[in-house]
Design a protein around this ligand. Structure first.
Ligand SMILES: Nc1ncnc2c1ncn2[C@@H]1O[C@H](COP(=O)(O)OP(=O)(O)OP(=O)(O)O)[C@@H](O)[C@H]1O
Ligand SMILES: [Mg+2]
Length: 202
C-alpha cells in the first residue's frame, strides 16, 4: 500500500487554489492514485454548516470567534476524514488549511500567528501537512480574478496584502514543509511548478 500523503493549497482569495486543486485531481486520477479532495472550511457535515455562517455577510463575528470557528471546522475534518484516510494510504489535497487561519486571522485580523498555533496545539498534537503549497500573488491582481462577495472576500486590498505577506513569511520560516509558487503565471505554468515539487514526495 502507498503511504498516505497530506498536501495543502493556500493563498489569498482568487490566487487560483481551486483551479490548481482540480488540476491535481486530474493528474492523480490519470496516475490511478487513490486520492481525496477536501476543502476548508468544510467537507464534513458540521464544517460545511459552519462555513455558511463564516461566509455570511449578514453575520457579525468578532475576530476571536471567527478564528475559533475555523479551528472547530478543522479539528472535525482532521479527526473525521484526514487522519483515517491517511491511514488508508490516500493522498489528501486540501483546498486551504492551517496557513489560511494563521494569515487571515493571525496576521490580517491581528490575533497573532503564535497565539493561534498555541491554541491549536492544545486541541491536537497532529503535526500538520506533509507539504504546504502557497500560491503567491499581489492582492490587486488576485481580487480582480474573483467575483465572490462573501463576508471574508469583502475585506480591503490592504487586508489581503497583509495576509499575502504572512503567507510569504511562512514559506521563508519553514522552507522544508512550505513551497511558495508564483501564481501570477498562467495556470498550466503554475501547475508545472506545483507538480515538480509534489513529484518528489509521491
Ligand atoms: N493562473 C491563473 N491565471 C489567470 N486566471 C486564473 C489563474 N488561476 C485561476 N484563474 C481564474 O481566476 C478565478 C479564481 O480562481 P480560483 O477559483 O481557482 O481561485 P481561488 O484561490 O480558489 O479563489 P477563492 O479563494 O475565492 O476560492 C477563476 O475564474 C479562475 O479561472
Ligand atoms: Mg476556491
Amino acid at each position: 500500500m502507498n503511504k498516505g500523503i497530506f498536501i495543502t493549497v493556500d493563498g489569498i482569495d482568487g490566487a487560483g487554489k481551486t483551479t490548481q486543486v482540480r488540476l491535481l485531481s486530474d493528474k492523480f486520477r490519470s496516475l490511478n492514485r487513490r486520492f481525496l479532495i477536501i476543502r476548508e472550511p468544510g467537507t464534513t457535515h458540521l464544517s460545511e454548516r459552519i462555513r455558511k455562517i463564516l461566509l455570511d455577510p449578514k453575520c457579525n463575528i468578532i475576530p476571536e470567534a471567527e478564528m475559533l470557528l475555523y479551528l472547530t471546522c478543522r479539528i472535525q475534518l482532521l479527526q473525521e476524514v484526514i487522519m483515517p484516510k491517511i491511514r488508508q494510504g490516500y493522498i489528501i489535497i486540501s483546498d486551504r488549511y492551517m496557513s489560511s487561519t494563521l494569515c487571515y486571522q493571525g496576521a490580517g485580523l491581528g490575533l497573532g500567528t503564535q497565539r493561534i498555533k498555541k491554541i491549536w496545539s492544545l486541541i491536537t498534537n497532529h503535526k500538520g501537512a506533509d507539504l504546504n503549497i502557497i500560491l503567491d500573488i499581489p492582492a490587486k491582481y488576485a481580487l480582480k480574478r474573483t467575483n465572490r462577495n462573501d463576508r471574508i472576500s469583502k475585506r480591503t486590498v490592504k487586508y489581503f496584502n497583509v495576509v499575502a505577506e504572512c503567507f510569504r513569511q511562512l514559506c521563508t520560516t519553514n522552507p522544508v514543509q512550505y513551497v511558495l509558487i508564483d501564481a501570477t503565471k498562467p495556470s498550466d505554468e503554475v501547475f508545472k511548478c506545483i507538480w515538480s515539487r509534489i513529484a518528489k514526495l509521491i
